[in-house]
Design a protein around this ligand. Structure first.
Ligand code: FAD
Length: 406
């Protein structure tokens, strides 16, 4: 890329900022414009539901960079401004009615939280995606006693754990009968359910919320079996929607996200990365979108390197972590629902372990349950095995015990 090149990045969160940082680190000297519709400096979302919600961290501790680091990137940062359309042929994005020209566009607009239908205008009902969400929620929790969290995914579990840590009465409602954890799916559901119950959460799985009751402010929810659960605050963690409405008539292929090739290319000179992007996996020919902080970072690095050096990066392997009641859960790779987990390292009693998803002698993924050191080793084995020719791959990392966490 020559020094006169103009790279425009839409979405100023982890993927957008990492793109700018990597472009400069790789020696790109052209212009970078980073456009974001939030008014805060770029911040990291994982701490919001863990340390900021509990009150252990101030919101500022989630910042991804400080003003000096941002200034050193020598970019034009446009904050609090929404991109509203994209003209692929004309190489422009429209922001606040103004067309901004690019030579290369990187889209990193992430996802928005799905809101609870029918609760518009009802105070006390929240979702948790942004720094503003967590600040408002924390304020309300300061005077609340009873919280209902809706959602059987990892975010619902994290919010339930954080609000319990604040000493509130918590009910966690899931439509499905199992709790899910990122790409690990429901393999660890019994263990997570046990953690919630041990920590005093009223766990109700397999129920829909049919009504949210309240005049101006929420007072209760009703489950599909008619049970009424009082609530001062309701937090809905019921999924997300890729932020693609602004490119809906641009000609980009959209299918639960922006469809890209295995390098993130979505159209000539247009790349998409992070939560909004659906990259093709050349190995499996599958097209996947995942909402993981590290995947967003790695895709940003891959696109920035490709633009500057022309070199392609290896496929990004999903890596996810969470923390519930002090239990660290880390997962690397893939975990098909039909393949039960096999323990490969554990402490007596099984309170801490590392388990693997193994199919036809190949390790597809490893997950650590409060055993970070052993997880790191198992992950390193997996990475090393992936770099070897197929014929020399080991059958299984670590020693198989045969016990299963399914
Ligand atoms: C509470 C919470 C906890 C999480 N915990 C974990 C975890 O433990 N581990 C993990 O791996 N992942 C976790 N995640 C997921 C992780 O945060 C995301 O994968 C990551 O933020 C994705 O980064 P991104 O830059 O692609 O998108 P985002 O972080 O969503 O950023 C997109 C940005 O683009 C902006 N934007 C959208 N549309 C426009 C537009 N038209 N114009 C301008 N700007 C726009 C958005 O406002 C936003 O600022 C968590 C997410 C949340 C919400």
């Amino acid at each position: 890329m020559d020094d006169a090149a103009r790279i425009v990045i839409v979405g100023a969160s982890v993927a957008g900022l990492t793109t700018a940082e990597t472009l400069r680190a790789e020696g790109f000297a052209g212009s970078i414009t980073l456009i974001g519709d939030e008014t805060h400096a770029p911040y990291s979302r994982p701490p919001l539901s863990k340390h900021v919600l509990t009150g252990e961290w101030t919101p500022e501790q989630a910042d991804l960079s400080d003003p000096i680091e941002l200034a050193a990137l020598n970019l034009t940062l446009i904050q609090g401004a929404r991109a509203t359309s994209l003209d692929i042929r004309g190489h422009t994005v429209t922001v606040g009615g103004e067309a901004i020209s690019y030579d290369t566009l990187v889209i990193a607009t992430g996802v928005a939280a799905r809101r609870m239908a029918g609760t518009e205008g009802l105070a006390g009902v929240y979702s948790l995606r942004t720094l503003d969400d967590v600040v408002a929620l924390r304020k309300e929790l300061a005077t609340a006693k009873r919280v209902v969290v809706i959602g059987a995914g990892v975010l619902g579990s994290e919010i339930a754990a954080a609000t319990r840590k604040r000493g509130l009465e918590v009910a966690l409602i899931g439509r499905t009968s199992e709790l899910r954890l990122g790409q690990v799916g429901s393999h660890l559901s019994p263990l997570i359910a046990a953690l919630h119950r041990e920590n005093g959460v009223d766990l109700r799985l397999g129920f829909d919320v049919t009504e949210v009751i309240g005049e101006d402010h929420v007072s209760a929810i009703v489950l599909s079996d008619g049970t009424v659960i009082p609530a001062d605050v309701v937090v809905a963690a019921i999924g997300s929607l890729p932020a693609t409405e602004w490119v809906s008539d641009s000609g980009l292929e959209l299918s639960d996200g922006i469809v890209c090739d295995s390098n993130g290319l979505a159209a000539p000179d247009v790349y998409a990365i992070g939560d909004v992007a659906r990259w093709r996996d050349d190995l499996t020919a599958a097209s996947t979108r995942a909402e993981h902080h590290l995947k967003a970072t790695e895709q940003a690095q891959a696109v920035a390197r490709l633009l500057v050096t022309g070199e392609e990066s290896p496929a990004v392997v999903p890596f996810f972590w969470s923390e519930l009641y002090g239990t660290k859960i880390q997962a690397y790779g893939r975990f098909p629902a039909v393949v039960p987990l096999t323990t490969i390292a554990s402490e007596p009693g099984g309170a801490r372990f590392v388990a693997a998803s193994v199919q036809d002698g190949q390790v597809l993924g490893v997950v650590g349950w409060n055993m970070p050191r052993d997880f790191r080793l198992a992950r390193a084995d997996m990475v090393a095995a992936a770099e070897k020719p197929q014929s020399t791959q080991p059958e299984l990392v670590g020693s198989e015990t045969g016990s299963q966490h399914a």
